[in-house]
Ligand binder design. Structure first.
Ligand SMILES: N[C@@H](CCC(=O)N[C@@H](CS)C(=O)NCC(=O)O)C(=O)O
Length: 199
């Protein structure tokens, strides 16, 4: 299989952590992808032009990160990173939605600076995105996710914190210190987090 992704992509990191954790990474070749290059083939694999995209051995293309994780869970026999038990499943999927939302807002903060001319930069809109990040982090700190068995929710939460460490949209370590121990505990559970740190 081939995975279109980039080193810094937090959504791509979800896939890399999950694939390593499930022992599937040796079946995946990572193809460096630039979503900003109009000539990059990613746009023919995913009309949205977004990464990650997983290209299966039979040629089917799978996106977005949630569906790819669903696919990896299926390949690992099911109940691997997406719990079968309904209550646990609901909690994991909702946590994934929250952490994905933090990453969406975090990416928009970066894109505002990178993609829009400085004279069009609109600070209230950026603050609105930062507020989403802060509310998300506050919710996570208030009820730290259970780390018993890694799942799509906890993997995505770790990626969200890692992306904020990398791009520094907010200083979560100062403002939400209760999450520092959580991330350390996640890292202790799987080497895949440190192996996929963006540089
Ligand atoms: N919902 C998507 C979000 C993916 C996403 O936003 N990826 C970013 C890079 S981390 C991207 O491709 N951005 C390019 C663009 O929005 O055009 C997922 O879960 O995979």
């Amino acid at each position: 299989m081939r995975l279109r992704s980039s080193g810094p992509s937090p959504f791509g990191r979800k896939i890399k952590i999950a694939a390593r954790h499930l022992g599937l990474m040796d079946r995946i070749e990572v193809i460096a992808t630039s979503t900003e290059d109009p000539a990059d083939p990613v746009r023919s694999d995913n009309p949205l032009g977004k990464i990650p995209v997983l290209i299966l051995d039979d040629g089917r293309t799978v996106y977005d990160s949630r569906v790819i994780l669903e696919t990896l869970d299926h390949m690992a026999g099911g109940d691997a990173i997406i719990p079968k038990d309904w209550d646990a499943r609901l909690a994991a999927l909702t946590l994934q939605a929250l952490a994905d939302g933090i990453m969406d807002a975090s990416i928009l903060v970066i894109y505002e600076a990178r993609m829009r001319p400085a004279e069009l930069h609109h600070e209230p809109w950026v603050e609105r995105q930062r507020d989403k990040i802060r509310r998300g982090l506050a919710a996570l700190q208030a009820t730290p996710p259970d780390l018993g068995k890694l799942n799509v929710g906890t993997i995505t939460t770790a990626c969200a914190l890692g992306y904020l460490d990398f791009r520094k949209q907010v200083d979560w370590r100062k403002d939400y210190p209760g999450l520092i121990g959580w991330l350390d505990a996640f890292r202790a559970k799987t080497g895949a987090y440190d192996e996929t740190t963006p540089h």
